[in-house]
Design a protein around this ligand. Structure first.
Ligand code: ADP
Ligand code: MG
Length: 419
């Protein structure tokens, strides 16, 4: 499965193919060049992309643009990070990329929720160990600020975005450890022990150099950290006076300025078919983030209750059913403890990557019936949601921005305006 949800379209293309462009300094990025050939499969494992996928991207990159593009990639936070700049001096571009890569790697290490083999524990792993033991944990001004920002977003999302689901994420096996893929859902009693009012950000208490929790819990910022990091990466581009650039983390991105002589154009992937569902032109500074049930999941064979095979058997005899696959994905509903039902993907555009990331996750969980209310309370102005039946829901401002490239399977429903 191709990991990039948002595909960069024609307008991002340079007048020359930067992957072979002499002007794009690849020398310090051999590792990145190797990583560039990797994508995630259904379980989040890395694998090589198919030729078809490569060809598809290449086709989009084929049109002409007068800008000089430079592009570099590296691997961090379990995904491929790509930074593109236009019309920037080579030395400046390289310095900015190095700083951005170092920032991503440091955030990823420090905010890793659980101890990693052969690595010293990061701050969040130490915080979680203490919070689960009912102890105050060492923190600092920067950590407190980020945790408080996430707490505010959690409150605004009415708890649908809830980074206090750390233990639940671990129970479902979506904590990034590929050595223990799940083959069935966890036990209901284990799930039930990790939901409810005892697992929320409102339970955290801060001092200048510590954090504690009223109840034992663990934090996981996997639904927010990429957005936060993309914002910091844009800050770095601006520090280097780069005015035309884009930072993409596994399909989620923030763009400033233009792609050479035209706006950045982003493709939203069709969640259940190959290819692009819609295209959006970005305004300078905007972020576009998507949460999808195809990013990380496992499937289990279950009885298809709609398809009895031995239909004529009497009730006293066991019915035999056809089998179907049930998908368990990584976006969890904090109310039930199970993967959020009903939604396949949500794309949001906001001014800020951290908000976009948290909101895409929150609206995914809120689903077709509650997304509008949650978008309004989070201050999100552009939303496109696809449900499990292929129906598309979007607000009028988003409808004014998207150009559909393929027809959704279900109906397209326009909401009231989001103010
Ligand atoms: P992705 O990182 O694949 O783009 P998201 O931004 O939606 O997807 O983040 C999903 C990750 O966030 C999960 O892997 C898990 O670590 C964590 N998570 C899952 N459910 C929630 C939730 N309801 N609120 C906050 N974090 C969540
Ligand atoms: Mg998110």
């Amino acid at each position: 499965m191709f990991c990039v949800v948002a595909l960069l379209l024609a307008a991002t293309a340079g007048c020359s193919d930067d992957s072979s462009n002499q002007d794009s300094n690849k020398a310090p990025y051999d590792k990145a060049a190797a990583n560039a050939a990797l994508t995630k499969d259904d379980t989040g494992q890395l694998q090589k992309p198919s030729n078809a996928e490569n060809n598809q991207s290449a086709a989009y990159e084929a049109t002409r643009n007068t800008g000089i593009k430079k592009r570099d990639q590296f691997y961090a936070m379990g995904t491929l990070i790509e930074v593109i700049t236009y019309d920037v001096d080579k030395a400046v571009h390289v310095k900015a990329i190095q700083e951005i890569e170092a920032m991503f790697l440091a955030l990823s290490r420090r905010w890793q929720p659980w101890p990693q083999p052969n690595q010293a524990d990061g701050e969040l792993a130490i915080i979680n160990k203490n919070l689960l033991a009912g102890l105050a944990a060492p923190s600092n001004e920067q950590f407190n600020r980020i945790m408080l920002e996430a707490t505010e977003l959690s409150v605004a999302s009415r708890g649908f975005f809830n980074p206090a689901v750390g233990k639940l994420v671990q129970l479902w096996g979506f904590d990034g450890k590929s050595d223990k893929p799940l083959i069935s859902a966890p036990l209901a009693e284990d799930i039930n022990a990790l939901v409810g009012a005892k697992h929320g950000m409102h339970l955290l208490r801060f001092t200048a150099n510590s954090v504690s929790s009223v109840e034992p819990l663990a934090l996981d910022f996997g639904a927010f950290l990429k957005g936060y990091a993309v914002d910091r990466a844009v800050d770095i581009l601006r520090d280097y006076s780069i005015t035309n650039g884009l930072v993409e983390a596994g399909g989620d991105l923030r763009a400033i300025g233009q792609a050479g002589d035209r706006p950045w154009r982003i493709g939203i992937r069709n969640p259940r078919q190959s290819g692009v569902l819609a295209v959006i032109e970005m305004q300078s500074g905007e972020s576009i983030f998507t949460s999808g049930d195809y990013e990380r999941f496992f499937e289990v064979e279950v009885d298809d209750l709609a398809k009895p095979i031995n239909q004529n058997e009497s009730d006293s005899q066991a019915r035999v059913f056809a089998k179907k696959k049930q998908r368990f994905h990584h976006i969890l509903d904090p109310r039930t403890g199970y993967p959020a039902a009903n939604t396949v993907s949500v794309t949001v555009i906001t001014k800020n990557g951290a908000l976009a990331d948290a909101a895409a996750t929150a609206l995914f969980v809120a689903g077709p019936s509650q997304w509008y209310k949650v978008a309004a309370s989070m201050g999100v102005k552009h939303v496109l949601l696809m449900d499990v039946d292929g129906n598309v829901y979007l607000n009028p401002a988003m409808a004014g921005r998207v150009q559909f490239k393929s027809t959704p399977k279900g109906a397209i429903t326009l909401s009231k305006p989001l103010r």
